[in-house]
Write a protein of this length. Structure first.
Lengths: 203, 260
């Protein structure tokens, strides 16, 4: 058969493209679209770490209680950014450091995507995150050279969603404050293992 | 039957038609999920008529009704590969497999020491993963009360699973619930042996290597148990310690790995 015969047959070739479904958890029905913002509060139990400096001056870190307030925006279902005010209360022996601390936290939520959402409900959402910020400090029973110290944090936890508006949060945060230069223990950079429990309202 | 009787029947039909009409209320997620998971034909049939799934008589009937209820059977589970995961866990230091800290010429074994790990990873393929993590390590030493050292590092790792975590096989994706793995990477950060003449400063963990296994509890959540070796390149390991050389630190770390 001659190949030229084909030319007489009218035909058309079209590339058919399938619409790619948005499964990134950012579609109209994504949690992040329906509840873009949230506010919350947390109770913090902080275990401040002991420290021995270069001159063998030893300070014992104590356990303290304080609180956090957060206000956040969900960029995607799996990522949110929050402003976090933390009341920092650090105790070492008799010395006390009170701080007004502001963090900006970036947090990844293990929220399963929309393909899974068809088949499952998710009440438990683990998260990990990191934060940077500043702490404005006031000291009692000790002098500090730096009233303002940078702070960094790494955190992980579990959110429990009771319906779409209310979330309970239990988590851990490792907090590191750059040294406020305590009189006598200049190198002491307050660090704490913090256990946090709180709630968030999504709106 | 007279005109009156027909009238009754037509009222009845209208009533049935209204009762049987599916509600065109606002869009419902729940309904959509049901339609997908049960099958639109089954859901539609149930809405439009009072169908009671019943075993039809005979071999042919068995064939016809074989699919009733299959779509939402609990035997069938669905696995969709995930793109990312997060990790949170803690590790115990293996004193016997960690270098002893030195105070001048004396050596002290690491004891009661721990690590906290938080990580974020990417499932690059069914058997390769990449991860960044933070580890904070507190080291304590036998016969050295009130002395401690701490490491804070940020690491990057590449993990290789020894078996594919999931295998796509036609319409069915099979998933493994036990997967051994190895990982290789490096970390950097800051460390400090607290006290007079303690070694401190910038530290590099290179290589950082892990060997472990993963047990999946569900399709998404699993537990990793791994041995982690780190060769620390720093400025000594102890107090009045030699400034050169490398120091070996071994941990066993258990962590939750949550895919999303």
């Amino acid at each position: 058969m001659s190949a030229a015969a084909n030319a007489a047959i009218p035909y058309r070739v079209e590339q058919v493209t399938m619409p790619t479904p948005v499964v990134g958890g950012n579609d109209d029905e994504a949690f992040a679209s329906e509840h873009r913002f949230y506010v919350g509060g947390m109770y913090d139990f902080s275990m401040w770490q002991s420290y021995t400096d270069e001159s063998n001056v030893h300070v014992d870190g104590k356990n303290t209680s304080s609180f956090d307030i957060v206000a956040g925006v969900r960029v995607y279902d799996t990522f949110r950014v929050e402003a976090n005010y933390a009341r920092t209360v650090a105790k070492f022996d008799d010395a006390k450091l009170d701080g007004n601390t502001i963090f900006i936290n970036g947090i990844f939520d293990a929220r399963i995507d929309s393909m899974y959402r068809l088949f499952r409900k998710q009440y438990l959402i683990p998260y990990v995150g990191a934060g940077v910020g500043l702490s404005l400090n006031k000291a009692t029973n000790v002098k500090i050279d730096e009233k303002t110290s940078p702070v960094i944090a790494a955190m992980a936890g579990l959110s429990i969603e009771l319906g779409e508006y209310f979330t309970i949060d239990a988590g851990y945060r490792y907090m590191y404050m750059f040294s406020p230069k305590f009189d006598g223990v200049k190198d002491l950079a307050p660090t704490a293992h913090q256990f946090r429990v709180g709630a968030r309202l999504n709106f | 039957m007279g005109v009156k009787g027909m009238k009754k029947i037509s009222w009845l039909c209208l009533g049935l038609a209204i009762a049987g009409t599916p509600a065109f209320a606002e869009y419902s997620d729940k309904m959509f999920v049901r339609e997908v998971s049960r099958g639109l034909d089954i859901v539609g049939a149930e809405l439009n008529a009072y169908v009671v799934p019943d075993v039809a008589p005979g071999e042919l009937g068995r064939d016809v009704y074989q699919s009733v209820g299959v779509a939402d059977s609990s035997d069938i589970r669905m696995f969709i590969p995930t793109s990312m995961y997060m990790r949170a866990g803690a590790g115990l230091n293996l004193g016997f497999a960690t270098d002893k800290a030195s105070v001048a010429d004396e050596k002290y074994e690491v004891q009661d020491s721990y690590t906290i790990q938080i990580g974020l990873g990417w499932n690059l393929s069914s058997y390769v993963r990449a991860e960044i993590d933070t580890q904070t390590t507190t080291l304590k030493f036998a016969d050295l009360k009130d002395r401690a050292a701490n490491y804070k590092t940020v690491g990057a790792m590449l993990y290789f699973d020894f078996a594919r975590r999931y295998v796509m096989d036609g319409d069915i994706t099979r998933m493994r619930h036990f997967v051994p793995f190895m990982g290789l990477g490096a970390a950097l950060g800051h460390y400090e042996f607290e006290g007079v003449n303690g070694a401190n400063g910038f530290v590099i963990a290179a290589p950082r290597a892990t060997l472990g296994f993963n047990v999946m509890l569900t399709d998404l959540i699993g537990i990793d148990v791994a041995y982690q070796y780190q060769m620390m390149i720093g400025d000594g390991f102890g107090w009045n310690a030699k400034k050169n050389g490398v120091d070996n630190i071994s941990n066993v770390i258990a962590s939750f790995r949550v895919n999303f």
